[in-house]
Design a protein around this ligand. Structure first.
Ligand code: BGC
Length: 247
């Protein structure tokens, strides 16, 4: 089946048509700058433009950087506060005239990695951490997702919120080298290990492309792998989510 997958991020809104049987993109990826301020109506407008770009009339899956409960946005760490309480399944469907199914962006990336990527065939507990503007997490047991885990918001023993200490945005802001940032990320993963004892941790998001530059810093016992899809996972996983909702 083909579904339009969309990854809604703080700087760009990216979409592509996905073959859900293989996880392949069957179109070019198209990116539109995230409008500023990224209000619900402004984002809905960009989605409508993406749908027109692809001349699309089928279902749409969207990964969105917040906890999404039954289509309603519950948190707004790195997005416009006016999203809180908005039913984006409804808003985006009305704006695009396509049925839109939304889920958390890290959950979307995790779904792609578990089905086709670094977590394929892995039983037990798998944690995916996406490193970007925030720290997103997706937690699976035997391939089943526990949605909206939001573990980037935990406080570390040093008193700092994890995503304010070890995100890619912080690395850039504080001009940290990969080694010193890698040590910070290792502090975060050590806490994840002590709390969840994952069999596998998958590192996704923009920074996963540089995995070789910080992998030596990671001292935890669990196996840690970079995401196989790199930055494409959110688009593919959003399409898989929409397919699962179609029944
Ligand atoms: C948000 C999460 C999101 C993550 C990555 C965090 O700030 O709370 O919902 O998954 O950023 O975008």
């Amino acid at each position: 089946m083909q579904i339009l997958g969309v990854d809604i991020g703080g700087s760009g809104i990216k979409g592509a048509i996905v073959d859900t049987a293989t996880g392949d993109l069957v179109s070019e990826r198209h990116r539109i700058e995230t409008p500023q301020p990224a209000t619900p109506d402004a984002v809905a407008d960009v989605l409508a433009r993406l749908v027109i770009h692809f001349n699309w009339s089928g279902p749409v899956g969207c990964g969105f950087p917040a906890a999404i409960q039954h289509g309603v946005v519950r948190t707004a760490a790195n997005i416009d506060q006016s999203f809180i309480g908005t039913n984006i399944d409804k808003l985006f469907s009305e704006a695009t005239k396509c049925t839109c199914y939304n889920l958390n962006d890290a959950d979307a990336a995790g779904m792609a990695e578990i089905r086709f990527g670094a977590g394929a065939g892995q039983s037990g507990v798998v944690l995916l951490v996406t490193i970007g503007t925030g720290l997103g997490t997706a937690l699976f047991t035997d391939g089943s997702l526990l949605p909206n885990t939001e573990l980037g918001h935990l406080y570390l023993e040093n008193g700092k919120k994890a995503e304010h200490y070890a995100s890619d945005a912080v690395r850039k802001l504080e001009d940290l080298g990969w080694k010193s940032w890698g040590n910070r990320f290792n502090t975060y993963l050590s806490m994840m290990e002590k709390l969840f004892w994952p069999d596998l941790i998958i590192v996704g998001g923009g920074a996963s492309k540089k995995f070789d530059k910080f992998k030596e810093q990671l001292t935890i016992e669990a196996l840690v792998k970079p995401a196989a899809f790199l930055n494409q996972a959110g688009i593919v996983g959003a399409a898989l989510h929409a397919e699962s909702k179609l029944g």
